[in-house]
Write a protein that binds this ligand. Structure first.
Ligand SMILES: *[C@@H]1O[C@H](CO)[C@@H](O)[C@H](O)[C@H]1NC(C)=O
Ligand SMILES: *[C@@H]1O[C@H](CO)[C@@H](O)[C@H](O)[C@H]1NC(C)=O
Ligand SMILES: *[C@@H]1O[C@H](CO)[C@@H](O)[C@H](O)[C@H]1NC(C)=O
Ligand SMILES: *[C@@H]1O[C@H](CO)[C@@H](O)[C@H](O)[C@H]1NC(C)=O
Ligand SMILES: *[C@@H]1O[C@H](CO)[C@@H](O)[C@H](O)[C@H]1NC(C)=O
Length: 590
């Protein structure tokens, strides 16, 4: 009953008139932003915002499908008081986009500074760069207002846009169009921050990248790119990990050909096809992005091993077998790293199967899942996807692990197993694998694991879900900003959730300041206990409003053992070398 009687506190970001402009002189020119007021947990603070700073040349015309070009000079004074365009989007369920707000000229970032003036070179604020999620096909920085995070916790927050879907990741599978433009955009924004943030009072030596879902995957890929050495010092990967990449099965060429045909650009000569694709208006390319019957993208544009940004498969890198992987690991091991999951990430990622069950079986996921759908549809597909063949013994092992044998046909229990299975192979196992590598190679940096397990008061989709679906931690990380209100559906926020948000922000920003989530600002009454390093004891923090015993060890040990020990052993006895272990695909959204 406690939650019914708790006092509801309303949080809002005041939209005051932009009367107070602030100008800062930077290496790229004078930039004008404005002062705003934020209120959180009954406290009002000022924040200075610079909205819509261009960090790279517009990737249009001949620059479409090429690496971004860092913006060296802005028209001065540059008006950074209003949002620019979002990158062209492939709308997916739950993230429908108004296409009038998108344009290819979208490589902009926002900067949020604590206080009502720029403490140029006098205060050295730690800097946090946010990379948004959305499955590499949708999303933008403008949903993630960094005001509360910045003002309440004394850090500079930077958010950025990067190219998405076909514009971010089209590749010919060879050097002509090498792909990964979206990742290069992020890296270029890091360079911009490195060169300019001191003018805003930021410390270029204490830069933390953080992101969720596709943003978490991005953080993880950026952590394996030694070109970021000196640009970023730490990373927080929320529900998205290094090892989780579809690059093991490079279908770029196939996708390139299919897409070219769909937009009327298929020519015998590849170079003619590329020329045609560069000449089309961007909306025509967007209309070539088709969906299958279950609203899933037919053409899957994603990061790939291109021999340039990603020179090797993450699983090879983690085995440190070559000079190159040694070099990558050297950089990776200098980063302080947090990885984490939502306890039930899989409930959201399961969407395609939910749609299929409805379509083929006329059955709602709310009524549970038939055992045959799990064993004959989901498990074989995942095995096939991961191992590129139907290995019956793997399916048997998975069915065994993910069956509650006390009641193997109970539809609610089978549904719960399906959620765990998808959470594990898409998010949890890659996170654990990445952190296991990080602690092995790590000499000078810190490693942390968390599980966010709160079922938030605003979450309405599945009443049967006991914990956190994908992405529900976002409002807590950003202090329940106005900008997320509609998507997540909150009005006033209960006291216990304010407290969880405060704790989450403190852990994240402490980590950005010092590499340790427990200092310099004390956790005090926000948490009864500090967050131990992951280390050999595999410790992790369980984040929820129920803080009785937040520190735990060995997350889902039996399931993890299946993926990291049992299946690799079975694989050895079949015919493949262990080196061909799964390059786990990224399935969808967030
Ligand atoms: C900046 O742009 C906004 C939106 O176009 C406009 O309202 C404002 O007057 C401009 N400010 C300055 C200082 O030019
Ligand atoms: C990786 O292996 C190389 C030798 O191949 C070794 O010199 C290096 O220290 C190893 N790197 C790490 C981070 O263990
Ligand atoms: C689907 O199930 C509902 C009840 O759950 C029923 O009313 C409806 O007729 C069914 N539709 C079909 C096509 O069988
Ligand atoms: C996988 O192989 C088994 C046994 O060979 C077969 O019964 C099953 O239908 C196959 N499943 C798929 C999805 O191909
Ligand atoms: C809080 O956590 C404790 C220990 O894990 C558990 O026993 C208790 O049921 C939880 N309470 C709620 C309200 O979830």
């Amino acid at each position: 009953m406690a939650h019914l009687t708790s006092i509801l506190i309303s949080i809002f970001v005041c939209q005051i008139a932009k009367s107070q402009y602030v100008s800062v002189s930077t290496p790229v020119g004078a930039i004008t932003g404005y002062v705003d007021v934020v209120k959180f947990d009954g406290v009002s603070k000022t924040v200075t915002k610079f909205i819509g700073i261009q960090y790279a040349e517009a990737p249009v015309g001949q620059l479409r499908f090429t690496k971004p070009v860092l913006k060296k000079a802005l028209p001065s004074p540059y008006n950074a008081t209003y949002p620019r365009h979002q990158c062209p989007q492939d709308s997916v369920a739950g993230f429908e986009m108004d296409l009038s707000t998108v344009a290819e000229d979208c490589l902009y970032l926002n900067v949020y500074i604590p206080g009502d003036r720029v403490h140029s070179n006098s205060r050295n604020f730690a800097v946090m760069i946010w990379i948004h999620g959305g499955g590499f096909v949708t999303g933008s920085q403008d949903m993630y207002d960094g005001s509360v995070l910045s003002a309440i916790n004394n850090v500079i927050v930077v958010t950025l846009n990067y190219r998405l879907t076909v514009f971010g990741f089209l590749s010919t599978g060879d050097n002509e169009l090498s792909g990964n433009y979206g990742l290069w955009d992020q890296h270029t924004a890091f360079r911009w921050v490195h060169e300019n943030i001191a003018a805003f009072g930021g410390d270029p030596k204490r830069v933390t990248m953080f992101g969720e879902s596709a943003g978490g995957f991005s953080v993880s890929y950026q952590a394996l790119y030694p070109g970021n050495s000196g640009l970023v010092k730490r990373g927080i990967a929320q529900s998205g990990s290094t090892d989780n990449i579809r690059v093991g099965i490079d279908e770029s060429k196939h996708i390139f050909q299919g897409f070219s045909k769909a937009v009327g650009c298929a020519f015998p000569e590849q170079s003619s096809t590329v020329r045609c694709l560069r000449s089309k208006p961007f909306k025509e390319l967007l209309s070539g992005l088709q969906k299958n019957a279950f609203n899933m993208p037919v053409f899957d544009f994603r990061p790939r091993v291109d021999g340039d940004f990603l020179q090797e498969y993450p699983s090879n890198i983690f085995r440190n077998q070559t000079d190159l992987s040694a070099k990558v690991l050297k950089f990776f091991s200098t980063l302080d790293f947090i990885s984490g999951i939502c306890s039930h990430d899989g409930a959201t990622i399961l969407m395609q199967y939910v749609n299929e069950m409805k379509y083929y079986l006329n059955r709602s996921i709310n009524d549970g899942m038939p055992r045959t759908f799990f064993t004959e549809r989901i498990v074989p597909e995942i095995v096939d996807y991961l191992f590129k063949e139907n290995v019956t013994v793997f399916a048997e092992a998975i069915n065994h692990e993910y069956t509650d044998w006390s009641d193997p046909y109970d539809p609610a229990k089978i549904r719960s197993s399906a959620v765990d299975l998808v959470t594990d192979y898409a998010i949890l196992v890659p996170a654990v694998k990445t952190l296991n590598s990080h602690i092995v190679f790590n000499t000078e940096s810190n490693t942390f694991l968390y599980q966010f397990s709160e079922k938030p008061f605003f979450y309405q989709q599945y009443t049967w879900l006991p914990g956190a679906a994908h992405a529900v931690e976002l409002p807590y990380v950003f202090g329940f900003p106005e900008s997320m209100k509609i998507l997540f559906g909150y009005e006033s926020v209960p006291t216990k959730d304010i407290k969880l948000s405060k704790l989450t922000m403190r852990l994240w920003t402490n980590f950005a300041k010092s590499g340790n989530p427990n200092s310099p600002t004390e956790l005090n009454n926000l948490s009864p206990i500090s967050w131990p390093k992951y280390g050999e004891n595999k410790m992790y923090l369980d984040l929820s409003t129920n803080i009785t015993s937040p520190v735990k060890r060995n997350i889902a040990p039996s399931r993890i053992s299946l993926w990291l020990e049992v299946l690799p052993e079975i694989l050895k006895t079949i015919h493949k070398p262990a080196s061909e272990l799964p390059h786990v695909p990224v399935i969808v959204v967030g």
